[in-house]
Write a protein that binds this ligand. Structure first.
Ligand code: SF4
Ligand code: SF4
Length: 95
């Protein structure tokens, strides 16, 4: 959990274009507007509502709504775990 908190702090600093050891992280600076579009995305046409992705999210950013997975753009830390977990290939990372 400490790692996740540090990761989130680093991402927030990068959003503010504050340099945080660029050699140690793969993140690049991006604007707040770009950051809002970088959460994982669910293709509702592919999602079967199996709920496999919900428990694997380390920050509980995925909830089920009307039988489909929905990812909170505010909470997603872009770890990619749900992308690998989805048996339908319904989740992707933008960019
Ligand atoms: S990418 Fe990671 S943080 Fe974002 S919704 Fe998927 S599991 Fe959760
Ligand atoms: S794992 Fe994939 S198919 Fe299952 S609920 Fe999540 S997005 Fe939908």
């Amino acid at each position: 959990m400490t790692f996740l908190l540090i990761k989130r702090l680093v991402m927030q600093l990068n959003v503010m274009n504050v340099c945080v050891r660029p050699d140690a992280y793969t993140y690049t600076s991006f604007t707040s507007e770009e950051a809002e579009t970088m959460a994982a995305v669910v293709d509702v046409e592919k999602c079967t509502g199996c709920e496999s992705c919900v428990p694997v999210c380390p920050v509980e950013a995925i909830v089920m709504e009307n039988g489909k997975a929905v990812i909170s753009e505010d909470d997603c830390i872009e770890c990619g775990v749900c992308v690998d977990e989805c048996p339908e290939g319904a989740i992707s990372m933008p960019g």
